[in-house]
Design a protein around this ligand. Structure first.
Ligand SMILES: [Zn+2]
Length: 147
């Protein structure tokens, strides 16, 4: 499946996430649905599949008149990640994105700025891993630059 085709299927999926779904999502992830988690969860998940940085979410929270510090945003994003409802993607040493789509897929970054989803990539010839370990996850990031 090519990238454009994949994006069309992603965009065709219903997006939006009513508040009650956020509460249910938090309960299913065994996170107490505190006011703050519900509010941040709604900001995060109401817009469908996307990639956000803590700073982006902080800006959105401020625009929504939600009084929440950047430290609280970081904590909440990491709690959501540990609970499996968000996925963390470290792009480089200083930039981490959080992905609301936790299904299997990889990423492409255009012009070192815009992150998009791409279909799972088939990996061959993976190195032998140490005994007693298994591959928990593989992250592929294609870095695209304009010709
Ligand atoms: Zn993604």
């Amino acid at each position: 499946m090519n990238i454009i085709r994949f994006l069309e299927t992603v965009e065709a999926k219903p997006t939006g996430c009513p508040l009650r779904n956020v509460r249910r999502m938090l309960s299913e992830a065994e996170l107490r649905p505190t006011k703050q988690r519900v509010a941040l969860g709604w900001l995060l998940f109401a817009k469908g599949d996307r990639h956000v940085t803590p700073e982006m979410l902080h800006d959105e929270a401020q625009r929504a008149k939600l009084p929440v510090s950047l430290a609280t945003i970081y904590n909440t994003l990491h709690q959501f990640t540990s609970a499996g409802i968000l996925r963390e993607i470290a792009l480089d040493g200083s930039r981490t994105y959080f992905d609301t789509n936790v299904s299997e897929h990889h990423h492409a970054v255009m012009d070192n700025e815009i992150m998009i989803d791409i279909p799972p990539v088939e990996l061959k010839n993976l190195p032998k891993i140490p005994e007693g370990y298994e591959i928990a996850r593989v992250d592929v990031v294609l870095r695209l630059k304009k010709l």
